[in-house]
Each structure stands twice: as C-alpha cells, then as structure tokens.
Design a protein around this ligand. Structure first.
Ligand SMILES: Cc1cc2nc3c(=O)[nH]c(=O)nc-3n(C[C@H](O)[C@H](O)[C@H](O)COP(=O)(O)OP(=O)(O)OC[C@H]3O[C@@H](n4cnc5c(N)ncnc54)[C@H](O)[C@@H]3O)c2cc1C
Length: 195
C-alpha cells in the first residue's frame, strides 16, 4: 500500500481521499485554507451545485452517497417566465427524474467528514503547497497560512505552483488553454509518472 499526498481538500481532493483510503492507502490531504467546518471560508461565496447522475455514480462508488443525500434537495424542473407573465415548466429529465441541489460548502464539509472518518486519512488545513518535486515525489508546504478575506479567483484553483511543474513535463497538458485554470489531466502514456 502506498502513502499518498493529495493537494487540495476541495470536492475532488476529499472524495479522492475516500476512494484511495478505502483501497488501503495511507492518505494525507493538504488544504491551504482553514477547515471549512470550523471557519467560514465559504462565507458569501458558496453557490449551490447540482448533483446529477454522474455525481451520484462517483459518490455511490465511494460509499458516501447516503451522507450527501441528506443535504440535497431534489429539483425536477426549472420555470421560465416570459414578458407577459406566462410561465413554462422545463423538466430536467424526460422521465420525471430529479437532479439534486446542494450547497457547495456543505458538500465539501460532508466529504471532508467522510474522509476523516477513515483511520488512514489525515487532513492538514492551512497547508499551502509551494512546490512539487516530481522526480523525488516530494511536496513543499507552507503551514498556517492566514485566511484571506474576500477575493475568489483563479488562484483558488489548483493552478498552484505545483501545477506549473506539471506543465514543464512532456506530454502533460493543463486544461484547454492558458486561461483554463481548473482542469488538468495526463495525456495517454504518462501514467507511469511518479506523482
Ligand atoms: C460557479 C460554478 C458553478 C459550478 N456548478 C457545478 C454544478 O452545478 N455541478 C457540478 O458538478 N459542478 C459544478 N461546478 C464545478 C465544481 O465546482 C468543480 O468541478 C469542483 O469544485 C472541482 O473540485 P476541485 O477539488 O478540483 O476544486 P475546488 O473545489 O476548487 O478545490 C480545490 C482546493 O484546492 C485548494 N488549493 C488550491 N491551491 C492549493 C495549494 N497550493 N495548496 C493547498 N491547497 C490548495 C483550494 O483551497 C481548494 O480547497 C461549478 C463550478 C463553479 C466555479
């Protein structure tokens, strides 16, 4: 079994921790912000997400769907209003199935709690990743970063310094372009990379 470091305790980091821990790995999650369950890191900037089939599939596979279900609200349709005041109901599915609305902050908190229940997961808050050494599989973290007030932009995404290191590697593609700060993925063939 491996010792795995996850940078970022957001939605993906916390869920991934559950998956990996349930496979028997020892997982350390390092999140640069404070614990959202104790501080108001989401104050004023958490909008609702919807969990659809794909989301439930992942949550179910990790065994945390029941915990998340409790905090969701089923949404069956949206209503549009035209200028004359007429309303039109637009269902989200053709067979009256719902998608499920959930607070992003609450979902994150719930997933962190589910991860923390596992004995082989340790969460480290206020740990900002400063550097990733891909050759030696080590990360550098700065501890006790003061909470930033306001400001929520691209720098809050995994567009971290570590990500720049990934960019320098051959066949590693970060998102769709320079402006896409969210997604990054390995191209086929790079799976053997150490991190
Ligand atoms: C406006 C908006 C609406 C959306 N609506 C939906 C929706 O309806 N349904 C849906 O399924 N998805 C939705 N999404 C997408 C969803 O929010 C993302 O897919 C999801 O949050 C990605 O998870 P993540 O863990 O990669 O990133 P995040 O949730 O952003 O988490 C990244 C974490 O990494 C931490 N971090 C960043 N840099 C460092 C560092 N250097 N060191 C340590 N920690 C670090 C951050 O503090 C953060 O906690 C929406 C996104 C946005 C912006």
């Amino acid at each position: 079994m491996k010792k795995i470091t996850i940078v970022g305790g957001g939605l993906v980091g916390s869920l991934l921790a559950v998956f990996l821990a349930k496979r028997g790995h020892t997982v350390n999650v390092h999140e640069r912000r404070g614990d959202p369950r104790k501080t108001n890191v989401y104050a004023g900037r958490s909008i609702n997400l919807v969990v659809s089939h794909r989301g439930w599939t992942a949550l179910r596979a990790a065994g945390v769907d029941k915990a998340v279900e409790e905090i969701t609200v089923p949404v069956y349709a949206r209503m549009t209003h035209d200028r004359e005041g007429n309303t039109t109901r637009l269902p989200y599915s053709i067979d009256n199935k719902a998608i499920h609305s959930v607070s992003r902050g609450e979902l994150n908190c719930r997933l962190l709690t589910e991860a923390e229940k596992l004995p082989n997961v340790k969460l480290h808050f206020n740990h900002k990743c400063l550097d990733v050494d891909l050759e030696n599989a080590t990360c550098v973290f700065e501890r006790d970063v003061p909470e930033r007030e306001g400001g929520f932009g691209k720098s809050e995404t995994p567009q971290s310094e570590g990500r720049c290191r990934f960019r320098q590697r051959r066949r590693f593609q970060c998102g769709a372009g320079e402006d896409d700060a969210r997604s990054f993925h390995l191209q086929p063939g790079i799976h053997r990379a150490r991190l």
